[in-house]
Design a protein. Structure first.
Length: 265
């Protein structure tokens, strides 16, 4: 059953999906997953391999986006798991208050639920596979700042911009186009980013899921402030934000590893 689900995602659904639905895009999610893989403890690695089988973390990391086009609509209810919205320039207390009032399933609540589900080590093999795959994906999502952005513009999807002369939107720029501009494969990108020493890694892995969401939201405010609608973006925009982009990808991978190592300690 798991193999059929995965093949459905990779083989049948991929050609049907518009690129704008991806969070971090294929490359970004694979970078986060590959960095995490490099920082797993032996015990965590063994447990994850038992769940995923021969599939790598990087290759399953995009499955929760692929499955959005499943015509059986089995996973439609999980659409809202990929994001959580906040008011503009909210402070930490305001963010926490917002999380208490969000009515629909969201990135924060479901990430915590998946962690608890995997810690319990209960459920069928398929249920564990789904939980693992979604957790890998959603930790990536929370480090894409516009997945922790604003409801009124759908995380930047409604903000039109030009990217090197082509029509785009702010969300797509951050999902894919900034990453693709670097012209690296996910393995090359991972090797370029994964150079932090032990002390730096400890700092980046500190904090809670809620802290990481707030950090991403603060970056989202910076992105909004510096990217007005219909802005013409090109080399200078990359210069302004490439360090933030790379930092988020690295933090996402290291923090995913920290979560998985804690689950399977």
């Amino acid at each position: 059953m798991l193999k059929k689900l995965y093949l459905l995602g990779l083989g049948l659904i991929l050609p049907l999906i518009p690129l704008s639905v991806f969070a971090w895009g294929v490359t970004g999610h694979r970078i986060v997953a590959e960095i995490a893989y490099r920082h797993l403890t032996p015990k965590a690695l063994k447990a994850i391999q038992a769940i995923l089988g021969k599939e790598s973390m990087a290759m399953v990391s995009t499955w929760p986006d692929y499955i959005k086009s499943d015509t059986t609509h089995r996973f439609d209810s999980r659409y809202s798991w990929h994001f959580v919205d906040f008011p503009a320039h909210v402070d930490k207390a305001g963010m926490e208050a917002t999380l208490k009032t969000v009515k629909k399933e969201n990135l924060y609540d479901e990430t915590e639920a998946l962690i608890s589900e995997l810690k319990s080590k209960k459920g069928t093999k398929e249920e564990q596979w789904l939980a693992m795959t979604y957790l890998i994906h959603m930790v990536g999502d929370m480090h894409q700042p516009l997945h922790v952005g604003r409801d009124e513009d759908q995380g930047g999807n409604k903000i039109p911009v030009m990217w090197f002369g082509n029509q785009s939107n702010l969300h797509r720029v951050w999902d894919e186009q900034l990453i693709d501009f670097q012209q690296l494969s996910y393995t090359e990108y991972t090797a370029a980013l994964d150079t932090a020493d032990a002390a730096q890694i400890k700092v980046m892995q500190s904090g809670s899921v809620k802290d990481w969401l707030f950090e991403s939201n603060q970056l989202a405010d910076k992105v909004y402030d510096k990217t007005p609608a219909n802005e013409k973006l090109s080399y200078r925009y990359n210069y302004i934000f490439v360090k933030d982009l790379n930092s988020q990808l690295l933090k996402g991978g290291l923090r995913l590893a920290a979560i998985l190592n804690e689950i399977y300690k």
